[in-house]
Write a protein that binds this ligand. Sequence first.
Ligand code: ATP
Ligand code: MG
Length: 335
Amino acid sequence: MPRVCVIPGDGIGQEVIPAAVRVLQAAVPGLETIQAEAGWGCFLERGTAVPPETLAAIRECGAALFGAVSSPAKKVAGYRSAILTLRQELDLYANLRPVRSLPRVSPRGGIDLLVVRENTEGLYVGRERLEDGGETAIAERVITRRASRRLAERALALMHGAGRRRLTIVHKANVLPLTDGLFRDTVREAVVRATRAGQAVEVEELLVDVAALKLASEPERFDVIITTNLFGDILSDEASSWCGGLGLAPSINLGEGVALAEPVHGSAPDIAGQGIANPIAAILSAALLARHAWSMEDSARRIEQAVERALEDGLPHGTEAITRSVTGNLCVGEN
Ligand code: ATP
Ligand code: MG
């Protein structure tokens, strides 16, 4: 039986995650849940943003549904954002952002793309330093063959399973020939291996600036985009705008034998506690767990279709009413 570690976190995470769990339980009969803590509230209470038992519970379940965490306005000694700790501790090396046009809310139709972002290295290794008496600041960008390769292999396996064929490698190898050159060549080599093994893949390359422009002007041309950490951070936010808003954009982080799904939005302190947060991003993230953590494609599709039907009906106001509309639509026409 699938098990999920449920981590609402801070702010509207406390509202949208329980809503998503209700939908997930309806779509995955027998699902077991384990509640766990993380985030700023947890840090204030317990002195750590990610308690060891939270990590242990995620490892045990192999799957987590994470809400959002707040960060203090000023740096606080000993505090580090929970999601960064989780990504690192669990080696969640691939970040996926699927973006599909949704009825009534997406600014346009016909979009069905997936951004696959490297999640462990690049400019996010945190190696910054000052030199020259503070007159020069330097950040190191680390690209390894190992990380690029496992990312590419994971992306290609996902494409194979989903019948996706077109892979766009996004880089800036004209300016960064060593780092982005290594990334690009490693992805290309993985494509060659996959093709030899019989997978149909069309591969193209785009410089990141061109990719950003095309993503804004012709999003329907994309299928799967694969890129390094910083470019992926930026492009996946750009791509998410096509979902129709932050309240609708899901994501999942994948490691080996572990997956952590989370809505793209943050803890939204401005609306927290009012019962008005849109739970759809969290619900669609739960669907990604069904798909990627448990290979339950039918359950994932059922949840996604229920969300689409709820959107077609016109979304009611409030977290509870939206959740009811989705769960109500989960039963329609299903056997
Ligand atoms: P954090 O520091 O945790 O990221 P934030 O203030 O940046 O918090 P976000 O969660 O990133 O907040 O949200 C940005 C804006 O989008 C906020 O005004 C928030 O109210 C709105 N928003 C985010 N998620 C939702 C949602 N699920 N439903 C409705 N509005 C949302
Ligand atoms: Mg934010």
